[in-house]
Write a protein that binds this ligand. Structure first.
Ligand code: ADP
Ligand code: NI
Length: 213
């Protein structure tokens, strides 16, 4: 099974190496590393955590017409092509279903310790210095403004409202990034989020001081 994981990693790397919206191979690599660290602390299954981390963005809804089933389906095809057992495939697919942020008003519970580790690792990569860089990379890839005074953040009550939002990137901090530290699923993830959260707050203070608003 370890060889299957290595072959899947190689395929994911090839597919994502050139991605330019902050969902590139290095994001997946960081999530894999962080998820494994969390899994060791939390006592979660390392193989399932690593496989799910590698496949978590394989067909993200943001790039597949808002479909939340594209990712789980694409992950299933890859795992089936490796002949992995159905029980394992089912567990990994469920983690991928649970990973994405779906709006400030939408809870995203995790049904297993492995899912908690992958969700936390993905969200840790969305905050802190790397998270800031990724937010502006993503905003740029979608043609969004950095900031627009007088356009306040929204508290999206459901996934459809969150998905179709067109706001500037500073709003994304208020609509998602600053909320993540209180939504960590693991104790280790909560600890790791604190420093990254404080760094984003300092960044926003400096940003608004330079802007002068
Ligand atoms: P999720 O599935 O929870 O959205 P991803 O791994 O797909 O997590 O990463 C989402 C990344 O894209 C984050 O770094 C996030 O900041 C960025 N992103 C998503 N939506 C926006 C947006 N509207 N503006 C800026 N960045 C965004
Ligand atoms: Ni991700």
């Amino acid at each position: 099974m370890q060889e299957s994981l290595q072959r899947i990693a190689a395929q994911v790397k090839e597919k994502f190496l050139q991605e330019g919206s902050g969902h590139d191979w290095w994001h997946i690599h960081r999530v894999r590393t962080t998820a494994l660290d969390l899994a060791r602390w939390e006592g979660a299954d390392l193989f399932i955590t690593e496989l799910a981390a590698l496949l978590h963005d394989i067909a993200d809804h943001k790039f597949h017409g808002g479909s939340l089933e594209a990712g789980p389906a694409a992950a299933r095809v890859l795992m089936e092509s490796e002949g992995l057992p159905e029980a394992l495939i089912g567990r990994v697919v469920q983690i991928i279903r649970e990973v994405s942020y779906k709006g400030a008003g939408v809870e995203t519970p995790c049904s297993s310790p492995e899912s908690a580790c992958v969700q936390d690792a993905d969200r840790l990569d969305a905050i802190g210095a790397i998270g800031i860089a990724r937010a502006f990379a993503y905003g740029g890839s979608k043609g969004r403004l950095l900031y627009e005074p007088g356009a306040p953040p929204e508290n999206h009550a459901d996934f459809e409202a969150y998905r179709s939002a067109q706001g500037h990137t500073i709003n994304h901090f208020h609509e998602k990034l600053l909320l993540l530290k209180d939504r960590m699923q693991t104790a280790t993830g909560r600890d790791m989020a604190l420093e990254r959260h404080a760094f984003m707050e300092a960044f926003l203070r400096q940003f608004h001081a330079e802007w002068g608003d």
